[in-house]
Design a protein around this ligand. Structure first.
Ligand code: ATP
Length: 349
């Protein structure tokens, strides 16, 4: 990832039919970065992508590309290309001609077209498929053609709007790794939209978590997972136990009816906060040895671990454990200070 900012969004406001969809959004995207917009349906991810692609203009705010204001620059004049969820390939053209399309519009020589198309088909592992009709391709192969077609003009930024959404899970996982490889080998910026948190964590240098037209947190996948800024992010990224708590003083928090040492500070004394504990961070021990004790309500085998729901101190806790307890068993729960994440209450965050 480079240090240079390639795209900058400043105080972007978008309305559809008088409804606010983006609420003064600010974002810098770096050269060579793989950045993902992640959030629930309707939070404004695609709208932000459309602003960058030039398909819509903001009502207020500015869009910069390499330092130049480009608010009104039409899409075809931007060094940006888009891959959509629906492949939008030309059904009457073969693979070669689909990829060559943009180059033919630019009236490039036959020799250059051939070279560039071959180079792109090699990049997406489709060498040898030149003459195939797009009907003779699988969903994954069609999406590779769409990616080759979007990259053939050598854009500086590729926008990808849920490009793997129509593929089955196994193929989607393969394509995630492929996309990351393609982005790294080209060394260009990818801006990716998804509502799938695992996809975002797998591929991105930076994840932008969005909710209701606003950015909740920007960070590396590790930051976002380990240090979610609020309970929304914690809940959206992975699974979480979110418990009401009160901060007594630095490094001392009360929740679930007892005091815990934690590693967080900087909250007001007696401030009400959300305490977030990941299911894998609760250690199951004999009842007498636990910080808390609870009764197993249900247990499901998940392959790598068991997922248990445990009733303790008025809450249902999700716990991942490698030991198969039985429903009705009493267990002890241990939570280490560094695994207790303190967050401002959502409405105040
Ligand atoms: N062309 C449009 N006209 C009117 N409202 C729109 C239009 N496009 C999007 N919206 C609305 O704007 C809001 C944000 O939509 P957007 O497509 O940006 O969200 P998203 O996060 O990409 O959602 P999804 O994951 O479902 O694609 C939604 O409430 C949506 O219904």
């Amino acid at each position: 990832m480079g240090d240079n900012i390639i795209i900058s969004l400043k105080d972007i406001v978008v309305e559809y039919d008088g409804e606010r969809v983006l609420e003064g959004l600010n974002l810098d995207i770096h050269d060579k970065e793989f950045v993902t917009f992640l959030g629930p349906s309707g939070c404004g991810k695609t709208t932000t992508l459309r602003i960058i692609g030039g398909f819509i203009e903001p009502l207020k705010g500015d869009v910069y590309f390499e330092g130049k204001r480009i608010n009104s620059l039409p899409p075809y004049k931007r060094q940006v290309n888009t891959v959509f969820q629906r492949y939008a390939l030309f059904p009457h053209l073969n693979v070669f001609e689909n990829v060559a399309f943009g180059l033919r519009l630019k009236k490039m020589s036959e020799k250059v077209i051939k070279e560039r198309v071959q180079e792109m088909l090699a990049l997406v592992n489709l060498t040898g498929f030149e003459k195939r009709s797009v009907h003779q391709l699988s969903g994954g192969q069609q999406q590779r053609v769409a990616i080759a077609r979007a990259l053939v003009n050598h854009p500086k930024v590729l926008l990808l709007d849920e490009p793997l959404g129509a593929l089955d899970l196994k193929l989607r996982k393969e394509m995630q790794l492929e996309l990351k490889r393609i982005q790294q080998s080209l060394g260009i910026t990818f801006i990716y939209v998804t509502h799938d948190q695992e996809e975002a964590l797998t591929m991105s240098d930076t994840v932008v978590v969005m909710k209701d037209g606003d950015i909740q947190q920007i960070g590396t996948p590790i930051d976002i997972y380990n240090e979610p800024r609020n309970a929304f992010v914690a809940d959206f990224i992975g699974e979480s136990n979110i418990i009401d708590g009160v901060m007594h003083k630095d490094f001392l928090v009360e929740f679930a009816g007892r005091d815990f040492v934690c590693v967080d500070k900087g909250f007001d004394p007696d401030e009400r906060i959300d305490v977030v504990v990941r299911p894998e961070d609760i250690k199951v021990v004999p009842p007498i040895q636990g910080h808390l004790s609870g009764i197993v309500e249900s247990i499901i085998f998940k392959g790598v671990h068991y997922e248990m729901i445990v009733r303790a101190c008025g809450y249902n806790w999700m716990i991942h454990s490698t030991i198969a307890e039985q429903p009705g068993d009493t267990i002890g729960m241990v939570i280490n200070p560094e695994d207790i994440h303190i967050m401002k209450k959502m409405e105040e965050a």
